[in-house]
Design a protein around this ligand. Structure first.
Ligand code: AMP
Length: 431
């Protein structure tokens, strides 16, 4: 048989998706660890929902006339014809789970966070992918303005802990189902005289969903949008009071923000407070995270009235920003490996394996090669792997029962019995 394997084109990852490789994955872990730690400090607990959901969950909550639902969802018919969608966001899923498990019966607040992949068929570019990751937090069961302010305080703490500066918190209120229709009417009227000069999407939205015009990204439309009426000037007294209370609370907490009248966000379920944090290090895709209040979402998907407030952080962009911020401050990444075990001669392999197991059980990060190698090659490999120490076990060490422990950067060497090595290394590594 002819070997044809070299004629087959290698299969590549799908457009807009990517592999995350070490050492970058170390940065992702750091971002996730810091998020978990910060969420825990504010009493959030983790929720994990499925990636696959019924399509109606998103069309009803995110909104039929949004870019996400109209153009970006990965939707397909399952074998039994049920329409399924790879989640484009997770707030709707969290609220679905909240309703499905009757968490509202517990008569208390629920503070939940999630970390995971989302899917949107957008045009890929730096910071924008078709499979991307979000770290999100949701508070269900209260419309108190301090819930909004506390979450924003938490987000600022998280970004600071990750070493970020140069970010801005943009804030707006989009009113509620009582006052927004009146504003939408005003907006629709204002659009009638200018829409002919706008992009095709805006011309359509001016009639179907005028609010969406405000988040149009087309450059030529921007001066027109700037002159449209602002929603904050059309809030009813309750929404106005709520927004004033949020900003007053933020002032008390010392959380800085900028009022941003156009910030309506690309999803239909938002009510009252909306926000975004942008970062100056990110370039074109500068929105690091966004969110807001969604007091009507539960009812949109068949649940009881449940106020909610949440955030979705773009993890891909957060990692980019953290990497960017760390560039000027730190040298090369810290070593991932504590010890490399270099053994010479067949008789040394078994004791080397035993030592590796002991050191690993003691919590040290250990590597051992199984192919026989000369000392020089083994030490070369140890330094390539970034090992802080090497333990050398050859014929001489086997006969004395004392192994050589080499500090890879200082070059100094010490002779120790195997049982002493773990303690010695732990003390040395802690310095
Ligand atoms: P959204 O769910 O649209 O409110 O987005 C929340 C955050 O998720 C944004 O601020 C971005 O940081 C991030 N995000 C949204 N879409 C993408 C994407 N296609 N690729 C990477 N990050 C995204």
């Amino acid at each position: 048989m002819k070997n044809v394997s070299n004629k087959i084109a290698p299969i590549r990852s799908v457009k807009g998706t990517r592999d995350l490789l070490p050492p970058e994955t170390g940065l992702w872990q750091r971002v996730e660890d810091e998020s978990r730690r910060t969420f825990a400090a504010y009493n959030f607990q983790e929720i994990r929902t499925p990636i696959l959901e019924a399509t109606a969950l998103f069309s009803r909550s995110v909104g039929e006339d949004t870019d996400i639902v109209m153009k970006e969802m990965y939707t397909f018919d399952d074998r039994d014809r049920e329409s399924l969608t790879l989640r484009p966001e997770a707030t709707a899923s969290v609220v679905r789970a909240y309703i499905e498990h009757s968490l509202f019966n517990e008569g208390r607040l629920h503070k939940l966070y999630y970390i995971g992949p989302m899917f949107r068929r957008e045009r890929p570019q730096k910071g924008r992918y078709r499979q991307f990751y979000q770290i999100g937090a949701e508070v269900l069961g209260s419309d108190h303005p301090s819930i909004d302010a506390e979450m924003l305080e938490m987000l600022v703490l998280l970004l600071e802990r990750l070493g970020l500066s140069g970010f801005s918190l943009l804030l707006n209120s989009v009113g509620c189902s009582k006052c927004r229709p009146q504003y939408v009417k005003t907006l629709r009227q204002a659009l009638q005289s200018v829409k002919a000069n706008m992009c095709a999407d805006c011309q359509r939205r001016a009639d179907t969903n005028p609010l969406r015009v405000l988040d149009c990204k087309v450059e030529a439309d921007q001066p027109i949008i700037e002159r449209l009426p602002h929603i904050v000037e059309h809030l009813d007294p309750e929404c106005r009071q709520h927004f004033d209370a949020v900003t007053a609370d933020l002032d008390e907490r010392g959380v800085a923000y900028t009022l941003s009248p156009r910030l309506v966000r690309g999803l239909d379920y938002y009510t009252r407070t909306t926000f975004e944090i942008t970062s100056s290090v990110l370039g074109a895709q500068n929105a690091l995270l966004g969110g807001g209040r969604y007091d009507g979402l539960s009812e949109m998907i068949g649940g009881p009235p449940t106020p909610g407030f949440g955030v979705a952080i773009g993890e891909d962009r957060l990692v980019l920003a953290v990497a960017e911020a760390a560039k000027d401050k730190t040298g090369p990444a810290a070593s991932q490996l504590d010890v490399y075990i270099a053994w010479m001669g067949d008789a040394a392999l078994a004791p080397a394996t035993v030592l590796a197991r002991q050191l690993r059980r003691d919590g040290l990060r250990v590597e051992i090669g199984y192919e026989p190698a000369k000392l020089k090659k083994s030490l070369g490999l140890a330094s390539k792997l970034g090992a802080r120490f090497a333990v050398i076990i050859g014929e001489g060490e086997l006969s004395t029962g004392r192994y050589q422990v080499k500090d890879m950067s200082a070059g100094a060497q010490k002779e120790l019995e195997p049982a002493q090595i773990a303690e010695y290394l732990k003390a040395a590594l802690a310095k």
